[in-house]
Design a protein around this ligand. Sequence first.
Ligand SMILES: *Cc1c(COP(=O)(O)O)cnc(C)c1O
Length: 394
Amino acid sequence: MTRRTIPYGRQSIDDEDIAAVTRVLRGDWLTQGPAVPAFEAALGARFGVTHAVAVNSATSALHLACLALGVGPGDRVWTTPITFVASANCALYCGASVDFVDIDPITYNMSPTALEQQLAQAAAQGCLPKVIIPVHLAGQPCEMAAISALGRRHGVKIIEDASHAVGAEYLGEPVGNCRYSDITVLSFHPVKIITTCEGGAALTQDLGLAQQMALLRSHGITREPAEMDEPSHGPWYYQQLALGLNYRLSDLHAALGLSQMRRLDAFVERRRALAARYDRLLEGLPVIRPWQHPEGHSSWHLYIVRLPETPGNASRSEVFSQLRENGIGVNLHYIPVHMQPYHRERRGSSAPALPESERYYAEAMSLPLYPDLTDDDQDWIVACLEKALTGVTP
Ligand SMILES: *Cc1c(COP(=O)(O)O)cnc(C)c1O
């Protein structure tokens, strides 16, 4: 049986999304018009934060968040190895160095125990990080209460990378509300929960941080006389206050994002139903299904299984290849960042080992999951997986 290729993730676009984008194209502003502030207001309301700064990617949001928190040359930033490279690269953009805290073998998120030990050691040696960036892998919330308590104890700032976790909940509140962090970063790439094509946002409850990120998003220039270091020259005047960038989101993108927010709950609902279905269908197969936070709800950006490396089991690599040959877009999230040659060289050979992350890398595999995946697609994926695991057609 041949079927169309099933990707691991993809956007869901409806006629209203298309109409929203078309309205912008027919209007007066393609960028820097009313759609961006409207999108930001909707994000603020949804996540329960006073400030949302929309930008052209989560990578840009991570960079701005580090800059706003004063990360610079000589500073250290820590994140998890099991993330997209952007969560680490933001430190390097600022001239800081990056290091990693190992994951918990059950949750696959940054281990609070490993973090506590690493912080105690760094405190003793006088080399504490300035910022820690936990990542809610797959949309499963990190242990933010513990991480934020450790951050406060050591005077370390926290940026939550919630690129996967739009629509997730932790202790009865939305992930992203900055109760446990200084800034939360979101991604709106097409494979994520909602999309603006390319796009992202930084959320914060701190006016100063929001103003700094908004300034740096647009060349570091202001048109507000009250913000200027010197008197305005006249109505044409703008003043550069800092070395900013052009990380703006366009109105076209923001209109799509605003339209997508209508369906955010429905997207997460469908992802949750598909994840529950995977849980049932995979019962009895030699795979470890995803852990679920007892006091939280994942947004189910990813459904990650582990194929334990035990004698008699088909290896992850074999299973992975066989599924790809069947047109099933399984994927691997992620190659541990510290194993990337670029980062390995900069980290040096004396850096601490990260055994849980490397073990995870040997066993993990993401199965396709997105709102428009059908039950029929899913049955086919599981049938192919079962065949690859056991060599028997069910
Ligand atoms: C997708 C992703 C990013 C980067 O997002 P962009 O919007 O593509 O820049 C950063 N961190 C994590 C964890 C991601 O998954």
